[in-house]
Write a protein that binds this ligand. Sequence first.
Ligand code: NAP
Length: 485
Amino acid sequence: MPSQYLNYVGGEWLASRSGRTFPNINPANTDEVVGEFQASGPDDVAAAFATAKRAQPAWAAVPAPRRGEYLFKAAEILERQLTAVATDMTREEGKTLPEAAGEVKRAINIFRYFGGEGSRLFSYQIPSERENVFCFTLRKPLGVVALITPWNFPIAIPAWKLAPALVAGNTVVIKPASLAPLSALRLIEALEQAGLPAGVVNYVTGSGGAIGDAMLEDASVKAVSFTGSCAVGDSLYEKATRRRLRVQLEMGGKNPTVVLADANLDVAAATLVNAAFFSTGQKCTACSRAIVERAIYEPLVDKLVARTRALKIGNGLEPGIDMGPAVDQSQLDTDLEYIAIAQREGAQLLCGGKRLTGGSYDKGFFVEPTIFGGVTPAMRIAQEEVFGPVLALQVAEDFDEAMGLANGVRFGLSAAIISNDISRVHQFINRIEAGLITVNLPTAGVEYQLPFGGTKESSFGMREQGPAALDFYTETSTVYLKHTV
Ligand code: NAP
């Protein structure tokens, strides 16, 4: 019998009112049901918001450094369970165990970082023009916030939304992705064990289509932070802004790596393989386009293809595996569909291109890491997010053409350049339309203590992570205080 997991509302573990559940399936072995989760409905969501609303004033009255202490304690609890939590993550999402362990460690670091923010919560003191007037700003919590998270970073993303929201004095209702709800539940358990007061954090599972509207329409919700696809993000934006809710959206990418002629080709190939194929290309910051100066195109292709063919693909719980499966049948179908589209549109298949079958592969959603050469800007593979292990190579005659290709998409999340030409690198940093810029590093692999977010259609609203995260979860009041005696 698979384990049954419950919602967490008002400090209690509860079944959905309908009693319905849905299964969480291991994408590397579809015979394994990781757990049964609550298929909640709008009434479950309403109960969660009601309890969050009741708990908020008392939580806001807890001094911020003490709010931070709950995060420190939860981080300690998670640290003791790191391997078990990471193993569950690999079972539900498919990423390799070392990748999952790194992500759990990141969630722990995020809790510690924002726990420390409880002792800072910096605001400004600014001189007044008038005598005996003292002016300063004050950060106040928003109230109740709704968090909606995706499956690809199933513990880090919930952590980087929950931690700043809580330390700032908000109460929360979080809905994790239905494909990977267990990792977020582990965070909630750690907060419960840390003694967080009842009602401060509430966790409700269920299909976004069934309960998303209820989360946005509840009268108590003041803000929504969403990470996921552009299609869902765009529809949330319309609903949230109609109600004048504060909204933060982190969505898709088509992240380029520009490789200039002076690049060290081994560094370039290793960086591209890491950025394009680790986590099965299922990172919003994964590199899906390499834009390469013609002079080094052929030798780079040789190195890239050799490294890619050497990757070991399989169940991420096994040692030595470099790349796990696609997260589900639908994502596998999308990967294969884009591979077929690229071939129909005339791109040159350099390696990969097929679903992996035979033996244990038949039980999972495994696809070969795939590289296409000769990709032109009009091809869909150059413009649309696949969210799988598919890399498109584009040739540029010079730096200016490379910049045009890199910026010629609707997304602007992350971008990399591989070069030691300092003046070109500076020009790249200035001209690239991306919220995250890396030099001689993969497009993915960002750190929690720095602001995170994109430009163009990748993101909307304030940055997440780092000190910037608190801006979204706090309201600023400006105070003018005159001494009259
Ligand atoms: P998704 O399908 O948009 O789902 C994201 C979340 O939204 C899930 O919890 C989902 O619930 C929920 N949802 C679905 N329909 C909804 C609705 N009508 N109302 C409210 N919520 C709804 O995205 P995904 O497939 O999980 O994640 C992949 C996408 O996320 C990619 O595009 C990737 O680039 C993006 N992403 C972006 C970042 C970033 O920081 N920029 C980071 C990670 C991922 P269900 O699971 O129940 O459908």
